[in-house]
Write a protein of this length. Structure first.
Length: 482
């Protein structure tokens, strides 16, 4: 069964997309057919790549489903990227049509989303979906954030996407009555799978929100009575600071992903709002969800057990001993085919049937997974391994700390030294000596930061993930204070 066919299983009068003008499933499938017809008239066919650069909106969903129903490949593009960065993806993916909410001049056929919408409204006879395709054909290219070098296009199939929805719903099922808040960007794999695919393939509804402003998020939750919320840790942090529990009374489930969730934030949130944040983990190459905490038993710090149908392994000595740290390996029907036009990188990532995530982790006796850090982020001080997340978790416990990122900088004979970049709560001042004494009681000497830098804000990408690469590379952040 193809993606657009799942939508037809839901009664046409049920609401699919909520907002000022609710869109029912019947209207959704009709809009997809109209958009498909216009794209076909533009020459889009099986195997062609269509770029999509737009904020969260119903038209994003129409364009996505319409493209894949033609057997073409959709390429969602991060709306935070510059013109040059967009141009790179257009060239690398070989995009033939770029649908955008912003005017671009690229090597592709550039089409404004507003124009596509207008032309679709005028369609009088729709063409059918492409029949000469399989669920194992690549249907989307998700370009990774490019923390090391140029971004790579992860090739995902319809089987990958549908499998991940089914795997996730075996742990945290969506009910037809659910209304899922969609504030995570639809162009991001996390937002698309959890906030769009999950509700639509289950006959539920979603509420698109095209802003990260906490006030508008709270307003949307209250106005449209959303029941399931997926957010990244910085947004949960903001909700803790707002502490308006009356705004979230309709929500029955909170899920976090995209970055590690600090335990103090998780505990304070549960204290204020009465529900735990269920932390999960994924990566674009896995469509993206790999693991999530179940509602019956969640554990702080943990990303939960692997989803049913997803195998994980810690790359360490066998037999595995609980608590042993190694690289997290993943396999399952949700794992990508490989990277677009990068056979060597694909072979490196997909070795011996396993996706090598590059994340260091361990499992406990219950099979719950704990991400220690990215293997590339690990700091080596005098030959000793320092895991930034362990140091960050300790700093988060210090009064007044709002956000923290720990990175390694070159340190001469030591190899590297630990540096902590800290954002304090408004009105709070950091006394470095007090923090040093606080940490000395919790961490071994070689793990203690040698430098502490107070910033107004940490650099982040569009999903709220802290960009440690920027901290490591930019001279702007090297004005340390002893």
């Amino acid at each position: 069964m193809f993606l657009e066919e799942y939508l037809a299983r839901t009664a046409p009068e049920r609401i699919a997309i909520r907002g000022a003008a609710p869109i029912r499933y019947g209207a959704l499938t009709e809009a997809i057919a109209r958009f498909r017809t216009v794209l076909a008239e533009l020459g889009v066919g099986k195997g062609d790549r269509v770029g999509l650069y737009a904020p969260n909106c119903a038209e994003f969903i129409y364009t996505y489903f319409a493209t894949v129903s033609l057997g073409a490949i959709i390429v969602p593009i991060n709306c935070m990227l510059t013109k040059d960065e967009v141009g790179y993806i257009v060239e690398d993916a070989g995009i033939s049509v770029l649908v955008s909410s912003t005017e671009f001049t690229t090597s592709a056929q550039d089409l404004l989303l507003a124009e596509l919408t207008e032309r679709a409204a005028a369609v009088t006879e729709c063409i059918p979906a492409e029949t000469e395709r399989t669920a194992d054909d690549v249907c989307t290219l998700i370009y990774t954030s490019g923390t090391t070098g140029r971004p790579k296009g992860a090739m995902l199939t319809q089987r990958n996407l549908v499998a991940n929805v089914e795997q996730f719903n075996r742990v945290l099922p969506h009910e037809p009555e659910d209304n899922v808040l969609c504030v995570l960007p639809m162009y991001h794999c996390f937002g698309w799978t959890t906030c769009v695919m999950n509700p639509l393939l289950r006959g539920a509804s979603l509420t698109p929100v095209a802003t990260f402003m906490p006030g508008e998020i709270l307003q949307a939750i209250a106005q449209y009575r959303t029941t399931v919320v997926f957010l990244v840790p910085p947004l949960y942090h903001l909700l803790v600071r707002l502490a308006k529990s009356e705004s979230l009374t309709s929500v029955r489930r909170f899920v976090s992903g995209g970055a590690s969730l600090p335990e103090p934030v998780a505990r304070k949130f549960e204290e204020i709002y009465g529900l735990p944040i269920l932390e999960g983990y994924g990566l674009s190459e896995a469509s993206p969800v790999v693991a999530v905490n179940p509602e019956a038993k969640h554990k702080y710090f943990s990303i939960g057990p692997a989803l049913p149908g997803v195998d994980i392994r810690i790359d360490a000595e066998e037999p595995y001993v609980a608590g042993t740290i190694g690289e997290l390996l993943v396999r399952g029907d949700n794992v990508m085919k490989g990277y677009w036009k990068l056979p060597e990188a694909s072979a490196e990532a997909l070795r011996d049937g396993w996706l090598h995530t590059g994340d260091l982790a361990y499992c406990d006796e219950d099979g719950y997974i704990y991400i220690v850090d990215r293997s590339k982020d690990m700091i080596i001080v005098n030959g000793e391994n320092v895991y930034p997340r362990e140091v960050e978790d300790a700093i988060y416990r210090f009064p007044g700390v709002s956000e923290v990122a720990v990175v390694g900088h070159p340190g001469g004979l030591r190899g590297q030294f630990v540096c902590a970049y800290i954002v304090m709560h408004e009105g709070q001042q950091l006394v470095v000596q007090d923090l040093r004494r606080f940490l000395a009681k919790q961490l071994a000497g070689f793990k203690l930061p040698r430098k502490y830098v107070v910033l107004d804000a940490l650099p982040k990408n569009s999903t709220g993930k802290i960009l440690k690469r920027v901290l490591q590379e930019s001279e702007t952040f090297r004005n340390e204070e002893e």
